[in-house]
Design a protein around this ligand. Structure first.
Ligand SMILES: [Zn+2]
Length: 156
């Protein structure tokens, strides 16, 4: 299920669906609750029926309770569209009052959750992210989390 990591110099080089998902992820940053980090993250995913589900990071004064945009979108999709496969997920971020995008690659926790969703649905999830060196990356959670921990790891 592993797919190589594909790097693009410009957003325009991505396919139209990916660009649209990045656009929706950017829009979703408006719903971030980020009074502490001031780092507004949005995620947008598309389901196999074409439905788009978005999420935005949600922070809390008790920092460990914060939730990433990707997991907000993933859990929302699971709760509101059970049984649908997730085909693709894009992430976008910016600092408060900044128009230009900041790098936002999925954290390890989100990669772990993405990996399990991908395994459960037996279908890869394409992930689109913007890296610190200002490149766009397209890959899958399996490629982003090699040797990931799975439920099979506990079945001895
Ligand atoms: Zn995360």
């Amino acid at each position: 299920m592993s797919t190589p990591i594909i790097v693009f110099d410009h957003l325009e080089e991505l396919d139209s669906e990916s660009k649209y998902l990045v656009h929706k992820a950017k829009e979703a940053t408006a719903h971030a609750y980020a009074p502490y980090s001031k780092f507004h993250v949005g995620a947008a995913l598309v389901l196999d029926d074409g439905t788009i589900v978005t999420g935005a990071n949600q922070e809390n004064a008790s920092y460990p309770l914060c939730m990433c945009a990707e997991r907000v979108a993933l859990y929302s999709a699971a709760a509101t569209h059970p049984g649908k496969k997730i085909l693709k997920l894009a992430v976008a971020a910016h600092k408060k009052n900044h128009k230009e995008l900041s790098s936002a690659t999925c954290c390890g926790s989100c990669r772990q959750v993405l990996h399990e969703v991908e395994m459960n649905q037996n279908n890869p999830i394409e992930i689109i992210m913007y890296t610190a060196d200002k490149k766009w990356v397209k890959s899958t959670s399996s490629a982003l989390l090699p040797l990931g921990f799975t439920k099979e790891s506990m079945e001895l």
